[in-house]
Design a protein around this ligand. Structure first.
Ligand code: IPE
Ligand code: IPE
Ligand code: MG
Length: 239
């Protein structure tokens, strides 16, 4: 049985039920700031507020996992001052919000090659992962220095060391192996592309695109996406 079939049964149609794992490409911070004639950093700052609000909503809505695309392996192409602003916000977010995760049974995970970030950030992250490792509520997975093609290549290399390269063997080595199968992928800001995010995991995920810019994304938008997910018919190639 393929991993996908194993995770969803025989694909005999019917409504999709409740989503377990939602991922979001949080896009549009720069445009949000530009519309207000403010620096991009202001948009990113408001974007962090949205992360906090949506992570809380995901927990309250009973999602098992929420994966957020925060920094891609291609975002290193941006000017140094923007990268430095983003890394500064990452530091202060972990410092300010870790206690809330601990208190609310949230398990923090990272996907992507975060070990390549600044050593003090790696230390903050490792501490946050360790302190929330035993939590069994919602998992908040943050994609940092994440590129899906790189992830798949890394997973295939590890799988090859262990035995034959099969889809199951690769899947078991992906950064997302600790998460439930991806049900719903959301992208804000009107762009209709994946930008190297969860390419493998999205094989049979439902997609929801909105023109709303990330700093304007509210729990009501998440609820709307989830409601639409529930009414969709997933077939997984069956009938
Ligand atoms: C998303 O907002 C945040 C990151 C990619 C870090 P952008 O910075 O891409 O905003 P736009 O797309 O330029 O509006
Ligand atoms: C995708 O957004 C990456 C994140 C949201 C972190 P980008 O703004 O980097 O994507 P492109 O460049 O428009 O495809
Ligand atoms: Mg963008």
């Amino acid at each position: 049985m393929t991993p996908i079939a194993a995770s969803i049964g025989d694909g005999d149609g019917g409504s999709a039920g409740k989503a377990r794992h939602v991922a979001i490409i949080m896009d549009g911070n720069g445009r949000w700031a530009k519309k207000r004639m403010m620096p991009r950093a202001f948009g990113h700052k408001r974007g962090v507020d949205t992360v906090r609000e949506i992570a809380r909503a995901a927990r309250e809505m009973g999602l098992e996992a929420l994966t957020l695309y925060a920094f891609s392996s291609e975002n290193w192409k941006r000017p140094a001052d923007e990268i430095s602003d983003l890394m500064g916000m990452l530091r202060s977010f972990i410092r300010s919000d870790l206690e809330e995760f601990v208190a609310n049974n949230v398990r923090l995970r990272i996907i992507g090659d975060y070990q390549a970030l600044a050593p003090d950030i790696v230390e903050l992250i490792d501490d946050a992962i360790a302190r929330t490792a035993a939590n069994d509520g919602t998992t908040l997975a943050i994609a940092l220095n994440y590129g899906s093609q790189q992830e798949i290549a890394r997973a295939a290399a590890r799988a090859a060391e262990k035995g034959p390269i099969t889809p199951e063997a690769i899947e078991a080595e992906l950064d997302t192996a600790c998460l439930p199968p991806l049900d719903l992928l959301i992208r804000t800001s009107g762009e209709i592309r994946l930008s190297n995010f969860l390419l493998w995991q999205a094989a049979y995920a439902e997609m929801w695109f909105t023109d709303v810019l990330w700093p304007d994304f509210k729990p009501a938008h998440l609820a709307e996406a989830l409601a639409q997910f529930t009414s969709r018919e997933r077939r997984f190639g069956g009938r």
